[in-house]
Design a protein around this ligand. Structure first.
Ligand code: HEM
Length: 460
């Protein structure tokens, strides 16, 4: 436990902690506001737990030192083990399956490996385009976050496991998606279970539904795995096949059946909402900034021309990529990660941490640290990511994909997909949001612009 005095919000109640400053719906934005008042390190207590927040670039860089610090499963992530078990994202550092799965799956996530998902990504994007074309012709508008989420879930479903959720054909959500959304939101609320009064309200009907949701998710995944095992003929070259082949061929990094299921669930969960949020925020900022929109579109036209982009042409959209980087700076869609001390150490020469003590890195605050980003840190400016400006900044102050060995395995996947989709949409449509729209950020597991609709018109 830290024995240094750490600022905390003034109002404390014995049980619920700083509940008066705590919004259950928007804990991240709430903590950003507290940070403004209390500075780069502060603590708050909620539901019987103490959370220490870190909000500066300098401390984030220090916490990136892998010799002194490692990933910690914060309570919100640990609660997800009920769904992802010892899958990559929710595994404890010392669980042997983490290293096996990491070694086995890393080669499938290099930049060059994206070549094998490119055709699928194009195909799913074409489905979105068909849907938006219909909307454009009927003069309607689209729900940006909902459509981006359909797209990204379909992309990971098909690239990873050759499974389609048929997102644009269905009127209602796919039952798996229904179960996943329900299961995830329950597991997050389950953090409240330490508070007996709130817990009573959540149980038992919600718990029964939760168990049903989890069972349904498992059944769907098991059915995908079994039907693959039984299918005659050559198997598709996807993540599932990679894991099943390792098991068949007795690879040193082979994973057991339960762990393969955990990895499939992990990729479906970790692999879609974060990317769809990134795309949604990028589209929001572009709609608000016609010059940036025009510049991004001009680049797509110059580099892609009229046709379908080849694999190599995606990473050439340098400006579109800067737009995504900047959107993820302002609203890192996975908004926090936790770091624990590997050894007894002192953070910032001041905060003593015993081995195992942990802090939360609050990314939207870190990414707006004026000491790193200047006084206009709240403004959208993709050119912050011009190579010479990146070089001029200290290392380890921009961390939307986490840090170190446990950083995001899907980073290249997300960036390839998001750049491809962004380029496709900007080239094809004029998008306009209601000028009265004010950004409202919803917090679930991830951050997402709420209520963002756009009128789509096909360019003449
Ligand atoms: C881990 C962010 C897309 C799969 C992480 C972490 C962050 C992150 C911050 C580290 C969490 C921690 O330290 O506790 C993002 C963002 C994305 C994105 C912002 C999109 C813009 C993806 C995609 C996939 C994916 C597309 C899969 C295809 C994973 C996995 C881990 C992870 C499996 C755990 C890695 C490990 O511990 O070995 N992600 N992610 N993510 N992400 Fe992503």
């Amino acid at each position: 436990v830290f024995d240094t005095e750490i600022p905390r919000p003034p109002k404390r109640l014995p049980l619920v902690g700083d509940v008066l400053g705590m919004s259950l719906e928007t804990p991240v934005q709430n903590s950003m506001a507290i940070h403004k008042a209390l500075g780069p390190v502060f603590e708050r207590t909620a539901f019987g737990r103490r959370f220490v927040f870190v909000c500066s670039g300098e401390l984030t860089a220090e916490l990136s030192d892998e010799k002194r610090f490692a990933k910690h499963l914060a309570p919100g992530v640990e609660a997800l083990r009920a769904i992802g078990g010892d899958g990559l994202f929710t595994a404890f550092n010392e669980e042997p399956n983490w290293r096996r799965a990491h070694e086995l799956l890393m080669p499938a996530f290099t930049q060059q490996a994206m070549r094998r998902y490119h055709a699928t990504m194009l195909d799913v994007t074409a489905q979105l385009v068909a849907h938006w074309d219909r909307t454009a012709r009927s003069g309607g508008d689209v729900d940006i976050a909902a459509d981006m989420t359909k797209l990204t879930l379909e992309t990971i479903g098909r690239s990873g496991f050759s499974y389609s959720f048929e997102p644009f054909e269905r009127a209602a959500r796919h039952p798996f998606v229904e179960a996943m959304v329900g299961g995830l939101s329950f597991s997050q609320r389950s953090m409240l279970r330490t508070v007996p009064v709130v817990g009573r309200f959540l149980f038992p009907a919600a718990k029964r539904q939760y168990d049903l949701d989890r069972a349904h998710m498992r059944d769907v995944v098991d059915a995908v795995i079994h039907s693959r095992r039984d299918a005659p003929g050559p198997a598709p070259d996807d993540l599932l096949e990679l894991m099943l082949r390792a098991a068949r061929e007795d690879d040193p990094n082979k994973l057991d059946e339960i762990n393969i299921r955990n990895q499939v669930l992990t990729f479906l969960v970790a692999g879609h909402e974060t990317t769809s949020g990134a795309l949604s925020f990028a589209l929001y900022y572009l709609m608000r900034d016609p010059q940036a929109y025009a510049r991004a579109r001009a680049e797509v036209e110059e580099i892609w021309g009229d046709g379908e982009p080849a694999f190599e042409q995606i990473a050439k959209l340098r400006y579109a990529r800067r737009v995504l980087d900047e959107a993820l700076r302002l609203w890192p869609t996975a908004p926090a990660y936790a770091r624990e001390a590997r050894v007894d150490t002192t953070l910032a020469g001041r905060y003593r941490m015993r081995a195992g003590d942990w802090v939360l890195v609050l990314l939207p605050a870190v990414h707006r640290d004026p000491a790193v980003w200047g006084d206009d840190a709240d403004e959208f400016d993709p050119d912050r990511f011009l190579p010479e400006r990146v070089r001029a900044r200290p290392a380890h102050v921009y961390k939307p994909f986490g840090t170190g060995e446990r950083a995001c395995i899907g980073r290249q996947f997300a960036l390839h997909e998001a750049t491809l989709v962004l380029g496709t949409l900007l080239r094809r449509y004029d998008l306009a949001m209601d000028p009265a729209y004010r950004l409202k950020v919803a917090e679930r597991l991830t951050l997402m612009p709420e209520g963002l609709h756009a009128r789509v018109s096909l360019r003449s």
